[in-house]
Design a protein around this ligand. Structure first.
Ligand SMILES: [Fe+2]
Length: 328
């Protein structure tokens, strides 16, 4: 747990009521986030959010690297059943919540999706799916989802990730750990700054990446203006190929991330924003219900205006995975 409430920004009842009214009007006019007119107007519409809500959408504290927006208007009783899989969540499923996430995310940066993930949707549904219980993807449940950078394999991965909780009856914890709270020595930072190993795409993108070319080795950490950057996904990194020196430094990093890891239990109406360049996230194991009342999280990828990443990333192929940029 994080001590105190410094990671929380509370939305007042009055502001939440105003947000609800705005989202209701926007949904009535545009129906859903896939409406190109909605995307075109999203920035102006987001500007109509209450001032305090706009202020709450400023970047997280750089050391903590995360913030929970608490008190957003999500009424669990008004939601339909939790879909049985992301693909069962059609565009009309929780359209208001999709619009709410998109508007808040628009205050923070540019929303984008991936052609090969969840049919290129801009707002993803994270729900447990039968048959995926033991995968290392958001559809899993019975295994620990090991800490990872979202879409670590790709040079155009998100700078911020927003996870909006619609339903979490069993109080399943999300884990988060910031590289900026670890105590790595300079020798380990120097080793992990080398591009020695690749990170392969996770199985939510399918299994065949043979046509993408040679997997490029990538740096695990790098120095940014506001602290260390991190790109980390051990479940998809061929660690058996690491030199003894690199492997040892990587293990020390993993142990440090575990030491500084927090567990955050999201309740409906609480939206977690993660700095994907400094914080890894995961999820504790749980038993899926498969009865329409399961944990239901909405996810959006956000690109910041000026991400600071190693120059070499610009030459990576990203395994052929195309960004869906609704503004292009
Ligand atoms: Fe993730």
């Amino acid at each position: 747990m994080i001590h105190g409430d410094r990671h929380v920004r509370n939305i007042s009842h009055d502001d939440a009521a105003q947000v609800r009214t705005l989202v209701g009007k926007v949904t009535a006019e545009y129906s859903e986030v896939t409406n190109p007119l909605f995307v075109e107007h999203a920035s102006a519409l987001a500007g109509k959010l209450p001032t305090a809500v706009l202020h709450a959408c400023r970047p997280p504290d750089p050391t903590l690297g995360l913030v929970v927006l608490r008190g957003l208007p999500v009424d669990e009783g008004e939601l339909g059943p939790t879909p049985a899989s992301w693909s069962a969540a059609d565009h009309w499923c929780a359209a208001e919540q999709d619009i709410l996430l998109f508007l808040l995310a628009t205050v923070m940066g540019r929303v984008f999706g991936w052609a090969g993930q969840q049919d290129g949707r801009l707002v993803h549904d994270i729900v447990p799916a039968r048959g995926s219980e033991r995968e290392q993807t958001g559809a899993s449940s019975s295994v620990l989802l090991t800490p990872h950078t979202e879409d670590a394999f790709h040079p155009r991965r998100a700078n911020y990730l927003m996870l909006g909780c619609l339903r979490n009856p069993d109080r399943v914890g999300t884990t988060a750990a910031s590289v900026r709270q670890t105590e790595l020595n300079n020798a380990d930072i120097a080793i992990l700054s080398r591009a020695d190993l690749p990170i392969l795409p996770d199985s939510s993108y399918g299994e065949d990446h043979s046509g993408a070319g040679v997997p490029p080795p990538v740096a695990t950490v790098w120095r940014k203006n506001d602290g260390l950057g991190l790109r980390y996904d051990p479940a998809y990194t061929p660690l058996a190929r690491a030199s003894p020196e690199y492997g040892a430094a990587y293990r020390r990093l993993g142990a440090e991330l575990e030491r500084v890891s927090h567990t955050i239990v999201l309740n409906p109406g609480e939206f977690l924003v993660l700095d994907n360049d400094a914080v890894v996230h995961g999820r504790v194991p749980f038993t899926a219900r498969y009865d329409g009342t399961d944990r239901w999280i909405k996810r959006v990828n956000i690109r910041a205006a000026r991400p600071e990443r190693p120059d070499a990333e610009a030459r990576e192929h990203g395994y052929g995975q195309e960004v869906v940029d609704p503004y292009a």
